[in-house]
Design a protein around this ligand. Structure first.
Ligand code: NDP
Length: 495
């Protein structure tokens, strides 16, 4: 069985304590690899390697063009090994193969995209600023902010890592990546590709391991300059507290309970298609999943009937099987959490329309039928809390104002979607929804060029797009006094 290795200071190494834990295939419940259990000592070595690599300038002081050349090699490496990585991701996470292939393609594109931005920065390193006094020449420089700790989740194991690694490396930062213990394998391949691309030792480091044993020491490490985290609110809070203790920059991407507002004038089949994609792609293990659907009352009965029919027709099975659109839940723990949320939902008085149990014939693996609840009490956990699985809540509304108020009545604010044939209404609602990402007449399409992140409990900061590049820089002003001039405050002009 394959035993993974850590990647520290340019070398693939075993964890110091020689500990391993199994990687489990969620479709079979069988272990298929042994994952290196890095601990505080490994984290310390990795952070020191990243610190040294940053401080010596072997990466940060290269031109953007030189960094870009290596990042493009990483993109090529990902494309060359796309089939292998996608198959690994399916085995580790359970997602359908075509979705895993999208992830790897997007990851490769992100390296190319940030390579372009790194290169462009070379021609624009400093911005001159007129300070209104001719004796001064001032500029603003953007400099790589230093050593980044990236802590990432299991739902898009490679892609969530790349959303941090690609812009951080493009900016000139060095990085220590700690992926989720549930899905670490594709990040080991990423390390191999980065190594083969010739990125200098210490610039990128990978330490796999559990949250408490590897994640927490990484978040706590005093030599880190920024922690970039994606995951749950509870863990995000711990990471933020660790960052607060060290007065370090923190970026948090924490998920949500995103609304999808459907008006009665839209095409029923198109609405159903996007509702399905909004909640069931990637098994609903998606931070931006539109898990609360609000439907204008006149369309509500017809929409529920069509949605039920389409949901019951979704092919369920191992992600590697052709035609499957819903794979197994990532782990026994997540499966149990979702089942508990469904049980609590039933007890809350919500109406279970379909799903909520194991599909017939799939006795092994963490399989769950896609689940629809209707008429959900809006004060229930089912309506308000993130489930992170294939469970959608559908409620009716009467007026646009009511829909917007209900959509915004959430602790979260990551995403939102609106669907109507009246585009002016779509624009109005898009502006009123309090979230970082809004989709009009669709839900979920995600582009590397656009900023990604939320408001309220959905997090702090933005990834992707230009904002996701700028997030790895510090701003420095350089103010130059003309030495031919005299300041003359203490010594006087004639002194
Ligand atoms: P976590 O927030 O616990 O995990 C995210 C990352 O943080 C993982 O790498 C995890 O490691 C790590 N971690 C865990 N504890 C610590 C710690 N004390 N210090 C530093 N890092 C830590 O999410 P879970 O995987 O447990 O999922 C729980 C819930 O979080 C889900 O049900 C879902 O609601 C939400 N979630 C949201 C995501 C999003 O994209 N916004 C993604 C994943 C989950 P390890 O996995 O090894 O424990």
């Amino acid at each position: 069985m394959h035993k993974t290795r850590l990647y520290i200071a340019g070398a693939f190494v075993a964890p110091q304590a020689q500990g391993y834990f199994p990687a489990i295939d969620p479709a079979t419940e069988a272990p298929f690899a042994e994952v290196a259990a890095g601990q505080a000592a490994d984290i310390d070595r990795a952070v020191r390697a990243a610190r040294e690599a940053f401080d010596t300038g072997i990466w940060s002081e290269l031109s953007g063009t030189s960094r870009a050349a290596m990042l493009r090699l990483v993109a090529q490496g990902l494309r060359a090994r796309l089939a292998e990585i996608a198959a690994l991701e399916v085995r580790d996470n359970g997602k359908p193969l075509p979705e895993a292939e999208w992830d790897v393609g997007d990851a490769a594109f992100a390296f190319d995209y940030y390579a372009d931005l790194a290169e462009a920065r070379d021609s624009d390193p400093e911005e001159p600023v007129d300070v209104g006094d001719a004796r001064f020449a001032a500029t603003i420089r953007r400099e790589p902010l230093g050593v980044v700790a990236a802590i990432t989740p299991w739902n898009f194991p490679l892609l969530m890592a790349v959303w941090k690694v690609a812009p951080a490396l493009a900016a000139g930062c060095t990085i220590v990546l700690k992926p989720s213990e549930l899905c670490s394998l594709s990040c080991e391949v990423l390390a191999q590709i980065i190594h083969a691309a010739g990125i200098p030792p210490g610039v990128f480091n990978l330490v796999t391991g559990t949250g408490p044993e590897a994640g927490q020491p990484l978040a706590d490490h005093p030599l880190i300059d920024k922690v970039a985290f994606t995951g749950s609110v509870a863990t995000g809070r711990k990471v933020m507290m660790a960052a607060a203790a060290g007065i370090r920059t923190v970026a948090l991407e924490l998920g949500g309970k995103s609304p999808f507002v459907i008006f009665a004038d839209c095409d029923l089949d198109k609405a159903v298609e996007w509702i399905l994609f909004g909640i069931f792609w990637n098994k609903g293990e998606v931070c931006s999943a539109t898990s609360r659907v609000l439907v204008e009352r006149s369309l509500y009965p017809a929409l529920l009937a069509r949605l039920q029919q389409a949901t019951e027709a979704i092919p369920i099975g191992a992600g590697s099987m052709p035609g499957v659109k819903l794979g197994p839940i990532v782990s026994q723990g997540q499966y149990d959490k979702i089942c508990a949320a469904i049980a609590a939902g039933k007890a809350s008085g919500a109406r279970l329309v379909t799903g909520g149990d194991r599909p017939e014939g799939l006795t092994r693996g963490y399989f769950l039928r896609p689940t629809i609840f209707a008429d959900v009490p809006t004060d229930s956990a089912l309506w308000r809390e993130e489930i992170f699985g294939p469970v959608v809540c559908v409620n009716p509304f009467d007026t646009e104002a009511e829909a917007v108020a209900e959509a915004n009545d959430s602790a979260y604010g990551l995403a939102g979607a609106v669907m109507s044939d009246d585009l002016q209404r779509c624009e109005r609602v898009a502006r009123k929804l309090r979230a970082g990402i809004i989709w009009v007449n669709c839900s979920q399409p995600t582009f590397t060029q656009l900023p990604w992140g939320g408001v309220k409990a959905s997090g702090i900061g933005r990834e992707l797009g230009r904002a996701g590049f700028e997030a790895y820089f510090e701003t420095k002003q350089i103010t130059r006094f003309d030495s031919r001039q005299t300041w003359g405050w203490y010594l006087g002009r004639d002194a």
